[in-house]
Ligand binder design. Structure first.
Ligand SMILES: *Cc1c(COP(=O)(O)O)cnc(C)c1O
Length: 327
């Protein structure tokens, strides 16, 4: 791990907190679920989230390679793009973002922050997953820039190192607090977070299942599982570690297309807010928590178990159309 360049800008370790009222709400009155929240919404830089952990290693590599510009892609409300823009500003690099869709009339949420962090935006219409990155990188090189292309979601083996490191941090915290979880529940999209956690936990010899809750219907489940497994293996290879884990991905959160708010996310967001003063976002953590609610209701997770809900951030999106959440 130590031989991989890293630029530190996260506030670590993030808290691991008990959520007793939310655990009791989840199990609906029977013996409560022993629920804990890992607060990666509090990683710090640029309003935080899971991508800044990955970016510590991606920016470390960019600097080691002498690059002067970060280039990445995502949806208009991409948390990953916002955190990349913040990391670039914080390290004195330029930032170019390839965003899906057309420029909206008003810049809100993550997009507002992209502007504040000084990122240069390229609107790419239907291409929200980085299809245009090679062309933009060529254009930047032709202008004498040295771009470092951060993959979609920051999910390659280098980015995933951030979550191998997070797994080590988590295992030490569990030991200190005397918490013995059997399962981590987390939103899974481009996969680097789940892959890194799986590799890190396996390396620490911890038998904790990482249950990835899918948030995007457009990624077919088998493809997502295969890509995640490949990414986990490549991450382990980069570290010279053996690994043969199989990712667990569940569809219990998929009631609508990516980013579409349903009564399920509403219920999850309201419960976390009222029981614990904990804020979830509508696109990722609200959907993942709704998935956890279903896993408890359909008996996959039973009361009495110790479960960690890993909060991956995403809160700026709450301020885009968040009024829909008001009952
Ligand atoms: C990107 C993101 C995720 C998913 O992480 P992946 O590593 O892409 O699977 C989850 N939650 C939030 C808030 C995110 O921004």
């Amino acid at each position: 791990m130590r031989r991989h360049p890293r630029r530190r800008f996260c506030h670590l370790p993030t808290p691991l907190q008990p959520a007793p009222r939310l655990g009791a709400w989840l199990s609906g009155g029977s013996s409560p679920l022993d629920l804990w929240i890992k607060r990666d919404d509090l990683t710090g830089l640029g309003l935080g989230g899971n991508k800044v952990r990955k970016l510590e290693f991606l920016v470390g590599r960019a600097l080691a390679e002498g690059c002067d510009t970060l280039l990445t892609a995502g949806a208009a409300q991409s948390n990953h793009c916002r955190q990349t823009a913040a990391a670039a500003a914080h390290t004195g690099l330029q930032c170019h973002l390839a965003l899906g869709g057309e420029p909206p009339a008003r810049a809100e949420g993550n997009l507002l922050l992209d502007h504040l962090f000084g990122a240069q935006l390229h609107w790419c219409g239907p291409h929200r997953k980085g299809e245009d990155l090679p062309a933009i990188a060529d254009e930047l090189r032709a202008r004498g820039k040295r771009p470092y292309v951060v993959p979609y979601g920051g999910s390659n083996p280098i980015g995933a190192l951030g979550y191998v490191d997070a797994a080590q941090e988590f295992v030490a915290q569990c030991r200190d607090l005397g918490v013995r979880p059997t399962r981590i529940v987390i939103a899974s999209s481009s996969g680097g977070t789940q892959a890194g956690l799986m590799v890190g936990l396996a390396h620490a010899d911890e038998d904790i299942e990482v249950t990835g809750i899918r948030v995007d219907k457009a990624d077919a489940t088998p493809l997502h599982a295969t890509a995640l497994r490949t990414l986990a293996r490549e991450t382990a290879d980069l570290l010279g570690l053996p690994f043969d884990g199989v990712p667990v991905l569940r569809d219990e959160g998929l009631h609508a297309a990516y980013g579409v708010l349903t009564e399920h996310e509403r219920e999850a967001i309201a419960a976390a807010a009222r029981c614990e003063g904990l804020v979830l976002d509508p696109v990722y953590t609200g959907r993942a928590f709704a998935g956890l609610v279903h896993l408890v209701r359909n008996g996959v997770i039973t009361p009495g178990q110790t479960v960690v809900f890993w909060h991956t951030g995403g809160l700026p999106a709450l301020f885009v159309g968040g009024h829909e959440l008001v009952p």
